[in-house]
Design a protein around this ligand. Structure first.
Ligand code: ZN
Length: 444
């Protein structure tokens, strides 16, 4: 039996804030968090990280891996290596853009077969709620998904159509007693129009904040009526924070995420024709971005996850109306958020809460999300002061196209441990497939 691994740092992101500590790891789990200079019996490896910060491995609950079926867009091998290099030690795969979409147990089986043995980090799966598969939801949950994604607006993937109000309520009713969340792409199709021109402003205007607001109203009333847990994915319109905050205050089981790109970029800076910035809902203007930051600081927005959604470069050609929507960011999410969080006075403890602790609880992964005794020893050494310029070609994503190209970011992941085993830079395929509750996902 191997002895303990000890990691010492002056800046450990513990659940109660940043502090100097020694983290003791035995058998892949955190055994203790103790004084930085403490003597540890049986330590066979003792690493002093100096001024490097130690973060809990990030949990990214919003990743489109696209395998099987569209592996040429992104696959488990490339996505999980990029994730690991970016400090993400667990990712949750979205149920669409792959073929088949994960709306049946059989399709989950195809996902598991595709992912097994390929992953550098731990992986869990969202199921999909679509018209006509309500009877599949509990079987999918029993088979191992962590919850369900649905859309209220068109997805551009014909086999993954949106739910209407009645469909949303039916899905949430079935799941109300399970604790599994329904995570919703909240844009109301009645408020979306065709862009009036080819430029970015016309695209933004075609998907206005009211589209998000009307859809969130639909989600809030469905959550209130059914008692199911609901979560708003990629919130872009900051004006919706009032609605979400009010629903939470009323005791409705609602949470919300936003994404690095909404916190980093603003519509004002999107160059003509730069479709690498296209996503839905769109990047909005600078005052909206600052309001998103206030909502995050006020804990109305609970977490920040990537919505990494790549496609082959050819699908990004054309104008904003025609190009595929989706931003590539898995490997740069942590430094991108840290760059702009630090400017606004936030700490790495905030980053740990937004990008690890809350997503772990959303996905029902109790061994993840914190540097605390009993948790998996998923740990990230992070230099919070190092700067670098993003070059898409250097990233481990399948495709280099990213709106962060050429941007200077602060913060660099230097070492990563998955269940106590150091995985950078070799990135072995030691990631596990996990089910809600955190056990291994085993599907024959
Ligand atoms: Zn997405």
């Amino acid at each position: 039996m191997s002895g303990a691994l000890v990691l010492r740092s002056g800046r450990v992101a513990a659940p109660d804030g940043m502090r100097a500590a020694a983290v003791v790891v035995r058998d892949g789990r955190i055994a203790a968090v103790t004084d930085r200079d403490a003597h540890v019996d049986g330590a066979t490896r003792d690493v002093d990280l100096g001024d490097l910060a130690l973060l809990p491995g990030l949990v990214d609950t919003h990743v489109h891996v696209n395998e099987p079926g569209r592996t040429e867009w992104e696959g488990f091998a490339t996505a999980t290596r990029a994730a690991a290099a970016g400090g993400i030690t667990t990712l949750c795969d979205m149920p669409l853009n792959s073929d088949p979409v994960t709306t049946t147990v059989e399709a989950l089986r195809a996902k598991v077969r595709a992912a097994r043995g390929q992953c550098a980090v731990d992986v869990a799966f969202w199921g999909g709620a679509v018209p006509g598969n309500t009877d599949q939801l509990v079987p999918l949950l029993d088979a191992g998904v962590v919850g369900f994604k649905c859309f209220l607006a068109d997805t551009a993937i014909p086999e993954f159509p949106p739910l209407d109000r009645a469909g949303l309520r039916a899905a949430m009713s079935v799941l109300a007693d399970t604790g599994a969340p329904v995570i919703v792409h909240a844009e109301d199709p009645a408020e979306i129009t065709a862009p009036a021109g080819p430029g970015y402003d016309a695209f933004v205007a075609s998907r206005p904040p009211v589209a998000e607001r009307r859809a969130i109203e639909t989600v809030v009333s469905a959550a209130a009526a059914t008692g199911a847990r609901a979560h708003i994915v990629h919130l872009a319109a900051a004006e919706c924070a009032a609605l979400i905050g009010a629903a939470k205050a009323a005791g409705i089981a609602l949470s919300a995420e936003t994404c690095p790109h909404y916190l980093f970029f603003a519509a004002d800076e999107v160059p003509d024709g730069a479709t690498q910035f296209k996503c839905c809902p769109p990047l909005r203007y600078a005052p909206n971005r600052e309001a998103l930051w206030r909502a995050l600081a006020a804990e109305v927005i609970d977490c920040v996850v990537s919505d990494h959604s790549p496609c082959p470069p050819a699908l990004k050609e054309g104008d904003f109306a025609a190009a595929w929507g989706g931003i590539t960011s898995l490997q740069v999410a942590l430094p991108a958020v840290w760059t702009v969080a630090r400017e606004r006075g936030h700490t790495l403890a905030d980053i740990a809460r937004w990008m690890s602790a809350f997503p772990a609880s959303l996905a029902g992964l109790p061994a993840k999300g914190a540097i605390a005794p009993g948790r998996d020893a998923d740990l990230v050494a992070f230099d919070p002061d190092a700067t670098h310029v993003v070059r898409g070609a250097d990233l481990l994503h399948r495709h280099p196209v990213t709106p962060y190209e050429g941007r200077a970011l602060t913060g660099r992941v230097t070492r990563v441990w998955l269940r106590g085993a150091e995985i950078l830079p070799d990135l072995p395929r030691g990631g596990r497939l996990l089910r809600r509750g955190g056990h291994d996902l085993v599907l024959s």
